[in-house]
Each structure stands twice: as structure tokens, then as C-alpha cells.
Design a protein around this ligand. Sequence first.
Ligand code: NPW
Ligand code: K
Length: 496
Amino acid sequence: MMDSILDTEQMYAADRAAIARGISAYSLIDRAGVAAAEQIHVRWPTGKILVLCGPGNNGGDGYRLASQLHCWGRAVRVMEYAPQRARSAEAQAHREQCLVALEPLDETAFEAADIVVDALLGMGLQRPLSAALQTVLQSLQASSASICAIDVPTGIDGNGRCWAEAPLQAALTITFFRKKLAHVLAPSRFLCGEIKVVDIGLCEEDVTPPSYLYENQPALWQSAIPWPQPLQHKYQRGAALVYGGSEMTGAARLSALACARAGAGATTIACASDVWAIYAQSMQSVMVKRWHSLSQAAALSHSSTYQAVLIGPGLAPEPSTQELVMRSLLQTQVSSWVVDAGALTAFASQPESLFEGIHTSAAQVILTPHEGEFARLFPDLALHSNQKNKVERARQAAARSGAIVLLKGSDTVVASPDGRAAVQTQSSPYLASAGSGDVLAGMMTGLLAQGMSPWLAANMAVWMHSQAGLILGAGLIAEDLVQSIPTIWQQIGRMN
Ligand SMILES: NC(=O)C1=CN([C@@H]2O[C@H](COP(=O)(O)OP(=O)(O)OC[C@H]3O[C@@H](n4cnc5c(N)ncnc54)[C@H](OP(=O)(O)O)[C@@H]3O)[C@@H](O)[C@H]2O)[C@@H](O)CC1
Ligand SMILES: [K+]
């Protein structure tokens, strides 16, 4: 079973469950401190260490790890923020047992340290930092010391919410039991530096109810990969239909090529008859079908010729697109659909009709919005009008629409109406490029055509797309992503 990712509330609940089954709160800090000390000692085997301890249990971890590093012969100093504050009994106990002298916080000491351990504030942060504490963070950041954060860099909470003007940027973040939202979502993930998850004696059973949120890794979908079988002919490998637009014809062509390279045995572009020649002249392995009316276009997906349909790339966000989506989706016999780009924005003024269509349709649908398209369909869940984190926003959108919602970005989230969600944590900024989304949608359609479930196909396509971005890096354009798909397949093949 894959390790789940937790939010702050779930982590506190898991702590309580572990305490209820006999691991004391004192012992949890003890284990956390020792495990963190090990990581610090391995990462920085030499150098002077300064540990900054805050008033909560995050500070408790700091006292404990400082004692441990001192026992291993390391040069350690401990400085306290808010030493007069009341502490939890267990943090207080670790403070009293600290083997290193406790000093008041002195910013001028930062420069003399090689490594500064930030045990100031962790998951308990829940209000803006004071100006004084922000100044401390600024001087720390300006020093030449390497910064190691305990649990989360001070200034962000466990869910990734930022409470500081300039939260700390760590080189290493050591967290306990499981990654939290802050470690996987952007932008907080980028403040963590390298992330090490250490064991403190908790187990998955301590997470009740289960979190159902995962990191998107091959283990999530690897066992469901539709490897071709020796006796299959092309239609048994899966046939896919991609609706092509009349103006931006490049988009559907990229999608169709990505769909074919993702493994669909036969890929067809359907387009209006007046642009048929444009598509037909430029496609070779991809077939091109023309339609003369909207009803002809819609009828293409009313038979079971295809196993997957992609609609949206290059389509104009206008009423005729809306009509095509509704007419085709409502009577479709194709089991899996990807609705992207123009087909999403076409519903900006009446998203409920799209959701109603999805609920009524026999098909399973994946919606693939970026934040802009998401805001048009789910204005109340949009990035800046909602305090909820990205996973929560995507989950609510999935529940409302009845579709799998793939909310794109540097931390793409896939959320299913059944509550499962996954975050892509490794990505490349070079993927933010024209046509990149069309390739992603096409790859997904190709996997769907081969019979993968929408949840798995969406995640696998996101992972493959991210890998392609990481491999290609600077200079990539969407065409390169299509070309690199065989390399990604080889990489996946080697994992099996
Ligand atoms: N059993 C466990 O739970 C385990 C927990 N573990 C560790 O404990 C951490 C969580 O500990 P925690 O809950 O004590 O929270 P923490 O982050 O130390 O902060 C709370 C303190 O900060 C204060 N404070 C808040 N906001 C503030 C602000 N803006 N500016 C200034 N102060 C502010 C707040 O004050 P108050 O709001 O009460 O006035 C309170 O005193 C977790 O991240 C992990 O490292 C591990 O050992 C594993 C087992
Ligand atoms: K911290």
C-alpha cells in the first residue's frame, strides 16, 4: 500500500491515536528528536550547529535533537524564542533535560553557525508571524548558514498556508511519519528543499479515516499498465477519437499524436469538412474524418467504435462547442471522455449544464482545467476566492461535477468524485508552454482507449508528461513532448 499524505488535522489525529495505543507524547518528541538528529548528522557530518527552539512541541523536537547531537560530539548551541511561554508538559520536560545550555535568541550568532536548525514553529502555526519573528527569519535567511527545518520551514503551516511575508527557505526539511500537504503542494513545497520523512512509531492504522491522498508515483498505476498482448490487432489495443477545431488546428494534432504514442492502436481526428484538408495533409498514422453538421459530429461518439474521446483542444469556447459536447456526451457509447480547453471554457456561463450532462451520461469523464479554466467552472473554488488548499478545491470540484478533476499546475492534483486524490510533486517549469496541455490530454486519451480506468490513466499521463518535461528541460516545445513518449515508455518498462 502506498503511503498517504496527511493534512495537519489528520497528523494531529494520528498522534492522538498513537498516544491512545500507548506511545506517550513525550516519547513521540523523543523519537522525533533522535531521528532528526540522525538526518542532520548524516547530511552535515561536520560544522557548528545552532538550534532555534520555539514555544511548542516543534521546539520540543529542537531541544531533544540538540541533546542527541551534543552526545555525538557535535558543537551545538541552543537559542530560545519566547522562553517565558508556557509549554506542553512534554516539550517542557525535553527543555529541562536538554544537555546544551539554553541561550536567548541572538541574531548576531547566525553568521557563526554552519547549520541552523529551525525548530521555531511547526504544524501549530495558525496566525501571522509577529514583526519581530519575521525579522529573525530575515536575518537567518541572509546568513550563510545552511538551514534545516523541523517538520516545516517556519512561516508555513502543515497545510502549506503561508503566515509570513517571507517564510524560511530550507535546504532540508525533516518531517515525521508522513508528508503533509505543505511538503507536496506549491509553493510551500519549494520552501522545504530536500524532504526527509522519518519514522516515529506511527502506522497507517493511526490514520482514521484514511486520507486517500497520495503522491503520484508509478506504484499508484504501474500494475494497471495496458501492455500490448502479442495477438492483439490495432483495434483491440484501443481506438480513440479526437475532435479537432477549425481555427487552432495544431492543438488536436498534438493531442492525436500523443494519444497514438501513448498506445492507442488507432487514433482518429474528427473535424469540420472545410478544414479536413488541413488535418488530412499533415497526418499520416492518424486518420481524419470529416463532418458536415454538428449532429454528424456528435453521432461519431454515439457508436461503440471508440473507447475514448477527447474534446476541447483547439475548439473555440463558443455555444456551438457547448452544443457539441452536450449532444455527443448525452448519448455516447464511448466509455471514457476527456474534456479539455475550449470545451471547458464553452461552459463558463453555465457550468451546471456540463455537470448535469456528466452526471446523466453513461461515460466517465475527466476534466482537465488549469487554474483559469477551473475558475470559470468553479468560481467559488477558485484559487484566490477560496481559502481551501488545492487538494480540497479539486476534491470539491470532482464531487460537484461527477468527473475526475485534473487541476493543472506545478503541483497538478487529480481528484476523483470518490474522494481519492493524488499530487504530482516532481515537475518541470518548462512544461508551462503552448500545446503542452494538449499533449497531456492526448496521452490520457491514449491510455483510456487501452482500457485503463480514468483515475489511473489521469495519474499515469500526468506522471509521463512531467517526466518528459524533466528529461527535456530548457528549450522544450510541445512537439518534443510527443517525440519523447517512447523514451518515457522505455523508462517505465525498465521499472517493471
Ligand atoms: N505529539 C505531537 O503532536 C508531535 C509533534 N511533533 C512536533 O510538534 C510540532 C507541533 O507542535 P505544536 O502543536 O505544539 O505546534 P508548534 O508548531 O510547536 O507551535 C505551537 C506554538 O507556537 C505558538 N504560535 C503559533 N503561531 C504563532 C505565531 N504566529 N507566532 C508566535 N508563536 C506562535 C503557539 O502559541 P499559542 O498559539 O499557544 O499562543 C504554541 O506555543 C510538529 O510540527 C512537530 O515538530 C513531533 O514531535 C511528533 C509528535
Ligand atoms: K520549523
